[in-house]
Design a binder for this molecule. Structure first.
Ligand SMILES: Cc1cc2nc3c(=O)[nH]c(=O)nc-3n(C[C@H](O)[C@H](O)[C@H](O)COP(=O)(O)OP(=O)(O)OC[C@H]3O[C@@H](n4cnc5c(N)ncnc54)[C@H](O)[C@@H]3O)c2cc1C
Length: 405
């Protein structure tokens, strides 16, 4: 991989096109970025991106994706990142991971029916994996799906789910054979969120669901005799662990990411604006020391993310790269909060207007960096997976999950 990528004239022309389009379509927002009003604007931006195939840039065109090559997709992500936004510009975990899993494991009929609404931004989908009884041991889920004619009847409970503005559908792993062997008794469903018997209740947690529009709240979802069409079972009955290997591979970091090291940029700006002993903080040697720490951590995370994005989208064989990136990002989040803390002092983490120059973002980051050790596989789980893939504790190295058809 070229670590100093250069772009062809065609890709630069594409960048100009994207930049011009975004400056015309980017919504004007004010106040709380995650308010109902702003959320509606970002959902519309998602639909507008979807019409051009830019909401899922590398997904196949015939299912509503953009069919773009990896370099053009990176250009698109970079231009969105200049506005501080990912693609999609709102929380859609089940769309990203469910969509990719359906591409690998769905039937042709399911791809044609389920993927276009996801890839063009018509629907928002939450992933529902964690059960109160299972947690990291996903295969131990006790949410049951029992076949009854052309439907499955679902009962159970999923926690830590979703976001702040509701969803249209749920991408969910269930147990389809309570007496079956472990890993051979699971199945995935795409479940319309408005079916009778579904209740969604917000949870009270230390941190929110993360930095991002629509991610602000986590919920518990209860299934009480929910009848789901059998046509919505994806990947075959009791074949759910294979489907999970695709979903988890991407969620554990193999999907990669494109983006700048935002926390360094912010910290640098604040260090220029803040004063210490009557002089700009940036002139303090200790402050410079901390800023370099933040730069190194965020830069390594950015490069791991970019490497994985490229490897995944160009279908390179992958092993430990996903959990390596995820583990590093989780632990460096803690170290970055520590460095920010020592740069700006403990008062910067309060909501007192005399000190809070970051308008609450430092305080929110402090809490979310702690919470971020958990989602998408905890830091310990990333370490366990990495160990298996670099040949520790096993005769044969574990291979990565399948992420391509
Ligand atoms: C902000 C946030 C967002 C989330 N989003 C979602 C979501 O969208 N959908 C969803 O379904 N879930 C979501 N989750 C839930 C998340 O996936 C779980 O919290 C996670 O899988 C861990 O499960 P648990 O909390 O039950 O912890 P447990 O599994 O009970 O783990 C407790 C501790 O034991 C350690 N541990 C467990 N097993 C092992 C092992 N084999 N080896 C070493 N250590 C181990 C863990 O690392 C942890 O420190 C989210 C969680 C958070 C905090």
């Amino acid at each position: 991989m070229d670590f100093a990528p250069s772009y062809t004239p065609e890709q630069e022309a594409f960048r100009s096109e994207v930049r011009a389009w975004l400056s015309e379509h980017m919504p004007k927002t004010g106040g709380d970025l995650d308010s109902d009003e702003n959320y509606r604007k970002f959902r519309q931006l998602g639909r507008d991106l979807g019409k051009r195939g830019w909401l899922r840039p590398t997904a196949p065109k015939q299912y509503g994706g953009g069919g773009l090559d990896v370099a053009s997709a990176i250009v698109l992500y970079e231009e969105m990142d200049a506005y501080g936004l990912p693609i999609p510009p709102y929380y859609d975990s089940g769309g990203w991971l469910g969509g990719a899993s359906i591409l690998v494991w769905g039937t042709e009929e399911q791809k044609q029916r389920l993927l276009p609404p996801i890839f063009t931004g018509d629907v928002v989908t939450w992933q529902l994996l964690t059960g109160p009884e299972a947690g990291s041991d996903l295969a131990g889920t006790k949410t049951d799906a029992r076949r009854d004619g052309d439907e499955y009847v679902i009962n159970g409970e999923k926690i830590y789910v979703g976001g702040s503005h509701g969803a249209d559908q749920f991408w969910t792993i269930t147990r389809t054979n309570p007496d079956g062997d472990r890993h051979k008794n699971l199945s995935w469903f795409m479940i319309p969120a408005n079916l009778p018997g579904i209740t969604v209740r917000p949870m009270e947690l230390l941190g929110d669901g993360g930095e991002g529009i629509g991610a602000g709240v986590k919920n518990t979802v209860y299934f009480d005799n929910v009848r789901v069409p059998a046509a919505n079972l994806v990947g075959g009955e009791n074949n759910g662990w294979q489907v999970a290997s695709t979903h988890l591979e991407l969620e554990h970091g193999s999907g990669g990411s494109v983006g700048r090291n935002r926390w360094f940029t912010r910290a640098l700006r604040w260090a220029n604006e803040q004063q210490r002993d009557g002089r700009p903080l940036i002139e303090d040697p200790e402050a410079r020391d901390r800023l370099v720490d933040i730069f190194v951590l965020t830069e390594i995370s950015r490069l791991f993310g970019l490497r994985n994005f490229w490897m995944n989208r160009t279908h390179q064989p992958m092993t430990y790269e996903g959990p390596q990136s995820s583990y590093f990002r989780k632990l460096s989040g803690l170290k970055i909060t520590e460095a920010l803390h020592s740069l700006f002092g403990p008062y910067a983490l309060t909501h007192d207007e005399r000190w809070d120059f970051s308008e609450g973002t430092l305080d929110a980051y402090q809490r979310s960096a702690i919470v971020a050790l958990h989602p998408g596989g905890t830091a310990d789980i990333q370490k366990v997976i990495m160990a298996r893939r670099i040949g520790m504790g096993r005769e044969e190295r574990e291979s990565a999950g399948k992420t391509v058809e």
